[in-house]
Write a protein that binds this ligand. Structure first.
Ligand SMILES: C[C@H](O)[C@H](O)[C@H]1CNC2=NC(N)=NC(=O)C2=N1
Length: 113
């Protein structure tokens, strides 16, 4: 049995050697994500903000991200509270964006309805 994410790539081990993406790479990769993702002014991170009624759904989203992060070995920075969950991705080892960030974002987009 196949699932929607079977065809998606997995994050590569972060060892400080992942190449930083060029501005052109970032622009092309961003176009492949849900339109809710935004690029930071310094082009070092991407963020998606989810908004909900209530707190429980924000916590569910944090837990989903936690599961995905440990499964992929690549971890987001998450801010959450009543009515929102904000997921930010950057590759800390290179202080910028790598393909891992976009692989991770693609997988999250595939998991949230
Ligand atoms: C050893 C371990 O794989 C690395 O420290 C990973 C862990 N998760 C990570 N997550 C993110 N977002 N960036 C990293 O550079 C990173 N490095």
């Amino acid at each position: 049995m196949t699932t929607p994410t079977d065809s998606l790539a997995h994050c590569k081990p972060c060892n400080g050697k992942l190449p930083a993406l060029t501005q052109a790479d970032i622009k092309e990769s961003l176009a492949g994500l849900n339109e809710a993702w935004t690029l930071s002014a310094d082009s070092k991170s991407i963020t998606r903000r989810f908004e909900f009624k209530g707190f429980a759904k924000a916590v569910y989203t944090v837990n989903l991200c936690s599961w995905l992060a440990d499964r992929e070995g690549h971890h987001p920075d998450i801010a959450f509270g009543w009515g929102y969950c904000q997921v930010t991705l950057t590759t800390h080892d290179i202080d910028g964006l790598s393909e891992n960030d976009f692989i991770w974002a693609t997988r999250l987009d595939a998991l949230v309805i």
